[in-house]
Design a binder for this molecule. Structure first.
Ligand SMILES: Cc1ncc(COP(=O)(O)O)c(C=O)c1O
Length: 424
């Protein structure tokens, strides 16, 4: 039975942290922290993940960014090499690539799929460009067929950024299996949460050997920061469950949004200067995954497809209600794509007004933290304008579709958006 409305506010997201994951992590902490246990747990997670991904080699590392850096290093990326990337991106990813001495070549995104536009890849790849990084934004597979064809015609090595795409498919095959290598992220907001963590997947044995060598040299991630991360992940999980959220965070968000919505958004987007200047040196952050993370990954992996299906159910229901609503545009999947629906993002011109209306209905939303990276100070000169990315940064709003929401919640979100848009 549902409680009263004031106890059923809808948070923007829920942290994916299953009790079995907490149990696995605690079990690992209680055991003696010895290297062999860590190695064995990490190896088991790598094997399970490799089976899930149908990848010959999987190497567990400390984050998605680290995975990308290791792939590039392993592929022999040299200073000055170009890499085509979606301009709408996580700025830290651009900074990591630039910090390695590569030249990000930013390609604008497609206005319907919101993924990197294959025609733009052809436009921005120059003679010194060697790589194409394909990001599957919000769990929507990019147009693999056309992107691989574009990469082939320019002689580019394809790497897939599956940080948001775990479980998504293209023509029935998992994303992350179409390039030379792929990277995954298991951060707190992802559909597999190991607090921090990432994975390199590849069928290229020589590349896998080089990546493995670098990871072994770097050693395991330290336990102390992870334990802090685990505590905050549990705290966030509790704070974003319905009743505690309704009584605790929601009233604070409502007051803060009412007073300074734009300021609040700016604050959530603030980053250390290194991210903006493209000087992020990832090398000190390189390490292998710790046993605690691997234990969480092992416990969480069997639930990924289940939770993805629940999110997909919610997303399809919401999309069908919003279809054709004037002033609201949804991300359009391609026919060959099977989405994992990490996020449900709409574009709407006056999103602050919509955000405020939804808050009045008890629904919390976010404008996210990605950006049109051509606007980064380090990229402005090289990248020029990327109008579709800029428009997405200025109009996006993430609506909640997380797995535990039921049909009534989703209908309430849809009704509230429709009501707010009608009023405009
Ligand atoms: C598309 C994308 N790429 C890369 C990353 C970086 O992953 P990590 O935070 O694990 O380094 C993220 C993280 O949010 C992401 O969303």
């Amino acid at each position: 039975m549902r409680g009263p409305e004031w106890l059923c506010r809808i948070p923007r997201a829920s942290i994916q942290l299953h009790p079995s994951q907490i149990k696995a992590a605690v079990g690992c902490v209680l055991r003696r922290a010895d290297d062999d246990v860590d190695k064995e747990t990490v190896a088991r997670f790598e094997e399970s993940f490799g089976r899930y991904q149908d990848s010959s080699f999987s190497i567990a590392v400390s984050s998605g960014k680290v995975a990308l850096a290791l792939i590039l290093d392993g592929l022999g990326a040299r200073r000055g090499d170009g890499i085509v990337m979606a301009s709408y991106n996580v700025p830290e990813v651009i900074s990591v690539v630039a910090g390695l001495g590569l030249r990000p070549r930013l390609a604008d995104i497609d206005p319907d799929t919101l993924n990197i536009d294959p025609d733009e890849v052809l436009r921005v790849a120059d003679k010194r460009t060697r790589f194409l990084l394909i990001t599957h934004l919000y769990g929507h597979p990019a147009d693999i067929d056309r992107l691989v064809a574009a990469a082939d015609s320019k002689g580019l090595t394809v790497i897939e950024d599956c940080a948001q795409g775990l479980g998504a498919t293209w023509r029935g095959r998992r994303v992350g299996t179409f390039g030379r290598a792929s990277m995954f992220s298991f951060g707190m907001m992802k559909n597999l949460n190991t607090i921090q963590g990432g994975m390199v997947c590849t069928d290229d044995e020589a590349l896998a050997t080089r990546v493995r060598r670098m990871v072994v040299k770097a050693g395991f991630m330290r336990r102390a920061p992870l334990l802090k991360g685990l505590a905050s992940s549990i705290g966030l999980r509790v704070a974003t469950s319905r009743a505690p959220f309704s009584l605790g965070l929601f009233p604070i968000i409502r007051v803060a949004e009412g007073l300074t919505p734009a300021l609040l958004h700016q604050a959530t987007k603030m980053r250390p200067a290194a991210f903006e200047t493209g000087n992020l040196d990832i090398r000190p952050m390189i390490s292998g995954m710790n046993g605690i993370q691997a234990a969480m990954g092992l416990a969480g992996l069997p639930r990924v497809d289940v939770a993805n299906a629940m999110r997909a159910h919610n997303a399809v229901r919401l999309a069908s209600r919003l279809d054709g609503l004037p002033g609201v545009r949804c991300q359009m999947p391609l026919d060959a794509a099977g989405q994992s629906w990490l996020n449900f993002v709409i574009r709407v011109r006056n999103r602050l007004a919509l955000k405020r209306s939804l808050l009045r209905e008890g629904i919390d939303t976010t404008m996210g933290f990605l950006m049109a990276c051509n606007r980064m100070p380090s990229m402005i000169e090289d990248a020029g304008r990327c109008p579709v990315s800029e428009e997405l940064e200025d109009t996006n709003l993430y609506l909640p579709i997380w797995p535990e929401l039921d049909d009534r919640d989703i209908d309430h979100v849809a009704d509230s958006v429709i009501k707010a848009m009608d009023r405009k």
